[in-house]
Design a protein around this ligand. Structure first.
Ligand code: ADP
Ligand code: MG
Ligand code: MG
Length: 880
């Protein structure tokens, strides 16, 4: 077996597409060397050696040693130096490199091959003793900490102490003699902490470092990182051994890191940092202040590389364009300049912000570097979220109070309030408010709507607060467990710190951070690039994209973001308005039919106006209205004053009202008296909703002179009979309204598929449905037998311990819940080939789930308004 691949020594055995075998770093070093770029010669020990090493009880394959020796000889020949030569030693770096870059892996060891003899040879052959001893002390420190496990700070302490005692500020001012003394101390540190001598034989050093790289593959930090990022342990890491080039040989030497474009804005400008007379990671280590690359980017007093090292800079500009053209993506390049000669030590696709990803993709497509399809694939769909919300001003100072879960993105500042009522009252006066609750319930929705942001101390990413806030585009930090809320005192505490009602806090829903006071935010601007990308995405996607929206504001947002209709308008959210909740309560509690009918009649105009405003905003696009879904007790009064109010309106005693409320309580409301069960037992509620809907449609159709096509959706259907009966009742009511209005209307009636039985019986149910909308939230709850509101106490454990790959409420469980969806699609279409099929759960905005919905052949997804662009892009990516 071939275990070792050479590069840059007149032989380039690897290529960029061999990253699985050679790791990302090794594959790209070979690719660059083969393309004539100045890469110091070296070789890569493959990831297969790593796997073999662990399979054979931490032993190397037999042939490895000979292959390494041969490859090392090639480097020696090409450099004209010998490894361990006391006169003019070849030095190498040993660098780890997995398929994907992985923090937690072994750090790089530089200057390997030095010992008390070779350092003298290096001093002589280079004519620079300071450089030689600087390299040696670096090597002992790196090898000592990385390979021998001596904590870093012991070395740093010695150096700091030395600098203080000798009044030296800059490492570069330390002389050869001084470094020599420090090296003696470093040797002491090693023997004190390990009880062993520092290895003097370069071969021992080399195999020690190689062993440390392979050993680090299974260290706890690397294991944790792999688990978090779903990287299989079987991939293994490669090891790169490479001839050293030196950036620490004087003022015509340097080391640096650069990006072919600006990684934070995406602008097509050369961006990066470098340091004169430095080595390795000094640039990121913060020992000295790095300098900019280009004059155009330099501020007064800085020393851009363009003027300091013009020759190497010119060469680097050439490499910049070569690499970008070659890799067709923004590159992150590590380089070193040795005596005015440039060497490239690494290139990879650069990490970037969402804004930069967007700009770079569009620019590169325009420059002809990539196709439009590639540009669509280049922007991570989920990252668009970041572009649509205000963010904290990066320059602003901030004091963090605590942290919770990043439940809904964006940044918001406001005065703390603890009740939905107070929230609404203050917001009505134009105040910015943050609603703080232990957890939220449907009753708080109007307060959440009025708030700039929502903070809860309990609940996870799919808690009520999180789902509703995402839906409304409100910032939300959920489950900030270190906060203690004292409703009675009107304050919250974190440790000894108290924030009272009315005091300001700032939430960062993108990170989960909570800050004291007001941290300034900046508004998002939807760039032309954004619209361009959306246009390209729309041209290739097959799936339609609608929004879940019931308020005019949400509906407008949805359209602004390009929704092609409303896939779910939840009528229950309309019931909580302060002007209607009273009638809703009377409707539920009244026991006399006439009183009840009066309350229902009072609700009708409200509902009609709700629907009409949605129809107006959507201007002819389809609008799916779901009839009342939650159990009635959710609307009941709790506070004494509310009870009294209802009692008075109904001419009953408060006790009567309380008894009636208690009677409506359910043990397991999620599986209780809700959805179409309610519609069947209290048909007058659905009749009112249908009437309001049809009247509104007729009205707006006349207003706009455009056909309005309402879609009536029946929730929680399990059997064909339920749908058949509910449908017939709705059709009767529609016929009555249309007769009264003396007109006709195109409408359709369909159902949610959100119970496993409904999915299994989809062929039967389809006889009575014009469309299906998969309610994947409830379908996930019912398929798993798992309550979303209670899952917070064990679901994270499942995910942490690999019992579930992901939270099934965030990304659809393809094997189980997804199988039900697939079955529902097949059986539904068996009966009705034209059946329109959509999905309206949280999954409608999740890119991975969208790919699945595309695959099973749904017609559209419906998601919260702020996720519409995400869904449009994800749908395009799924189609490509
Ligand atoms: P990481 O994966 O952490 O980026 P690298 O293996 O890229 O680690 O090494 C870090 C730095 O060490 C490089 O950016 C470069 O500055 C320096 N370095 C690595 N190998 C060499 C070498 N052969 N010659 C000079 N510098 C090197
Ligand atoms: Mg590093
Ligand atoms: Mg690197």
């Amino acid at each position: 077996t071939k275990w070792v691949y050479s590069f840059g020594s007149g032989l380039n055995e690897g290529r960029a597409d061999m990253r699985n075998l050679l790791g990302g770093k090794g594959a790209n070093l070979a690719e660059m060397a083969a393309n004539g770029l100045p890469v110091p010669p070296g070789f890569t020990i493959t990831t297969e050696v790593c796997s073999a090493f662990y399979e054979n009880g931490r032993k190397y394959p037999d042939a490895l040693k000979a292959q390494v020796d041969a490859a090392l000889q090639r480097i020696e020949q090409s450099m004209g130096l010998r490894f361990g030569d006391p006169e003019a030693p070849l030095l190498v770096s040993v660098r780890s490199g997995a398929r994907v870059s992985m923090p937690g892996m072994m750090d790089t060891v530089l200057n390997l091959g030095l010992n008390d003899q070779t350092v003298e040879g290096l001093a002589r052959s280079s004519g620079d003793a300071r450089f030689a001893w600087d390299s040696y002390r670096r090597f002992i420190q790196m090898y000592g900490s990385v390979v021998m496990g001596v904590p870093h700070h012991h070395f740093e302490d010695v150096l700091e102490q030395f600098k203080r005692a000798n009044s030296v500020e800059d490492d570069t001012a330390i002389t050869a003699g001084q470094w020599r003394a420090i090296v003696v101390d470093y040797h002491h540190i090693i023997t004190t902490h390990t009880g062993a001598e520092f290895p003097t034989n370069p071969q021992d050093q080399l195999w020690g470092a190689i062993g440390a790289v392979f050993g680090s593959w299974m260290n706890p930090r690397a294991n944790t990182y792999r688990k978090l990022h779903e990287i299989p342990a079987s991939w293994g890491t490669a090891v790169n051994v490479q001839s050293m080039v030196f950036g620490n040989m004087g003022d015509d030497c340097a080391t640096g890191v650069c990006f072919t474009r600006d990684p934070s804005t995406g602008e097509n400008i050369f961006y990066g940092e470098y340091l004169i007379n430095a080595q390795g990671e000094d640039v990121v280590a913060g020992i000295r202040t790095p300098q900019p690359m280009a004059c155009a980017r330099a501020e007064a007093g800085q020393h851009p590389m363009e003027t300091a090292l013009p020759q190497a800079y010119g060469e680097l500009l050439r490499v910049r364009s070569l690499l970008e053209t070659h890799y067709k993506d923004m590159q992150d390049i590590e380089f070193t300049v040795q005596r005015n000669v440039l060497y490239i030590l690494q290139t990879r696709n650069g990490k970037r912000t969402a804004a930069a990803a967007l700009k770079i993709a569009i620019d590169m497509a325009r420059e002809g570097l990539i196709t439009q399809e590639e540009a669509i694939q280049r922007v991570p769909a989920a990252s668009l979220d970041q572009l649509l919300h205000p963010t904290l001003d990066p320059k602003a100072e901030r004091v963090q109070l605590t942290r919770g879960l990043p439940a809904s993105p964006g940044a918001a500042a406001g005065a703390v309030v603890f009740t939905a009522e107070e929230c609404e009252a203050r917001a009505a006066k134009g105040e910015d408010v943050i609603l703080v609750r232990i957890e939220t319930s449907p009753e708080d929705v109007h307060g959440m709507h009025a708030a700039r942001g929502v903070l809860t101390t309990r609940g996870g990413m799919t808690s009520h607060a999180a789902v509703v806030a995402r839906g409304m585009g409100r910032v939300c930090v959920a489950g900030a467990g270190s906060i203690h809320v004292d409703y009675a005192a009107g304050s919250l505490n974190v440790g000894s710190h108290t924030v009272k009602e009315g005091e300001w806090i700032t939430l960062d829903g993108g990170t989960g951070a909570v800050y004291l006071g007001r941290v300034p935010t900046i508004e998002p601007v939807l760039s032309d690039d954004f619209n361009t990308l959306m246009g390209w995405a729309d041209a290739v996607r097959r799936l339609g994209v609608r929004a879940n929206a019931e308020t005019p504001e949400d509906a407008r947002t949805a359209r602004r973001f390009g929704a092609e209709g409303i896939g779910l308008a939840r009528t229950e959210h309309m019931f909580f308005g302060p002007d209607r909740i009273g009638f809703v309560r009377q409707m539920i509690i009244a026991d006399e039919e006439s009183v009840r009918q009066k309350a229902i009649a009072a609700l009708l105009p409200f509902q009609r106006e709700d629907f009409a405003s949605l129809f107006r905003i959507m201007a002819g696009l389809p609008v799916t209205v779901r009839l009342l879904d939650p159990p009635l007790h959710e609307f009941l009064p709790h506070a004494e004053a509310e009870m009294a109010e209802v009692a008075q309106a109904l001419g009953k005693s408060v006790d009567d009202v309380r008894t009636r409320c208690a009677a409506l309580a359910e043990t397991n409301p999620m599986l209780g008296h809700r959805g179409c069960r309610l519609g069947l037992t209290s048909p007058e509620i659905y009749a009112m909703q249908v009437r309001a809907l049809i009247q509104a449609a007729v009205m707006v159709e006349k207003e706009l002179g455009k056909p309005i096509h309402p879609e009536i959706m029946i929730p929680l259907v399990a059997t064909k009979a339920e749908l058949a009966t509910t449908r017939r009742a709705a059709e009767d009511e529609i016929a009555r309204v249309l007769k009264e209005e003396g007109t006709n209307l195109n409408y359709s009636i369909g159902t949610m598929i959100e119970l496993p039985r409904a999915a299994l019986q989809a062929d039967q149910i389809a006889e009575y449905a014009d469309f299906f909308s998969f309610g994947t939230n409830d379908l996930t709850q019912t398929a798993f037998g798992l309550s979303r509101d209670d899952a917070g106490s064990f679901l994270p454990y499942y995910v942490d311990h690999g019992l579930l790959p992901r939270d099934p409420f965030v990304s659809i469980d393809r094997d189980g819940v997804g199988a039900l969806v697939r079955l529902g699609v097949e059986r539904g279409r068996q009966t009705a080939p034209d059946l329109k099929l959509g999905i309206c759960g949280e999954h409608g905005g999740d890119p991975d789930s969208i790919a699945f919905f595309d695959e099973v052949g749904l017609d559209y997804v419906s998601c919260s308004p702020f996720r519409v662009p995400v869904a449009r892009l994800a749908a395009a990516q799924a189609a490509l």
